[in-house]
Design a protein around this ligand. Sequence first.
Ligand SMILES: [Mn+2]
Length: 276
Amino acid sequence: MSRVALLLAPMDAAILNVSGRPGAAAGPEALLAELAARRQLDGVAIHRAQPRNTIEHLERDLAELAQLVTELCTSYDRVLVLGGDNGITYAAALGCGRHRPLGALAYVDVHWDLRPFQPHTSGSSFRRLVDEHVIDAAHLLPIGIQRPTDAARLARSHFADLERYAFEHGVRATYFAEAVKLGLAQVLVERLLECPAPRYLSLDLDVIDESDLPGVSAPGAGRFALADVVAAARAAAPHVVAADLVELSPPLDPSGRSTRAAADVASALLQTWRAR
Ligand SMILES: [Mn+2]
C-alpha cells in the first residue's frame, strides 16, 4: 500500500495581490474535517504548514512550504497538498521537483494563472515555475482554460497577454471546449502520459460547476460537472506522485456544499492512491 501524506497549506494572501476575494485559507481545515467525517483518512499522514499568511511574509511562507513538500516527497510515495489559493502550487511543485525533477505538470483550471510574479499572486504559479525552470513549458499542461467569447471582455481582460505567453513558450494547452469534447478524464490522462514521470497534478476547484461548488475565490464561466472532475481525479491519480487541490473558500459558501464537493475530489485521489 502506498504511503500517503496530506499537507494543509492555509494560505490566501497571494489573492490580495490581484485584489481578489480571500477566504481560501479556511479551505484546508474545512476539507480535513469533511474527510475525517467520511473516514477517508485511515493510513494517511496529516501534516500542517504554519504560514503567517500575510503579503509581507508571502515569499518566506512559500519557501517554507516548498521545503516541507520536499521532505514529504522524500518520506512518502504520494503527497496531496490542500490549499489555499492557487499561488501555493508554485511552492508545492517547486518542493516536489527538488526531490525529483518533474517531467509533467498538468493543471485543471479555467484560468491560465500565467501572470507575472513580482509580486507573487494566486494567478502566477505556472509562469513562475516555467521561468524558474522547475518545469519545461512543453510539459506544462493546462486543461479547461476558458477563452472569453465576447470581444469586449477579451480586450478588457489579461487573457490575450497570458495566451500569448503560453503560445510563445510552447505550453501544451487544452481549452475548455476541447476538454469537454474529448472528455476531461481521457484528455488529462492522455496529456500526462505524453510526458515523462514524475508527474504532478494541480486541481483548481473553480473548474467545477457552481451548482455544486460556488465557494471559490474567482468563479469562471463554463465549468465541468462535479462527477467529471471526480472521474478525472480518479483516472489521473495512478500517474501522479503529488497533487494539490486549491481555491476552496468556505466563507464564500456557508452552506457547506462546496466543501462536500471538494471532499469528493480529494477522496477520489486518496482512495485511488491507498489502493495501490
Ligand atoms: Mn487557478
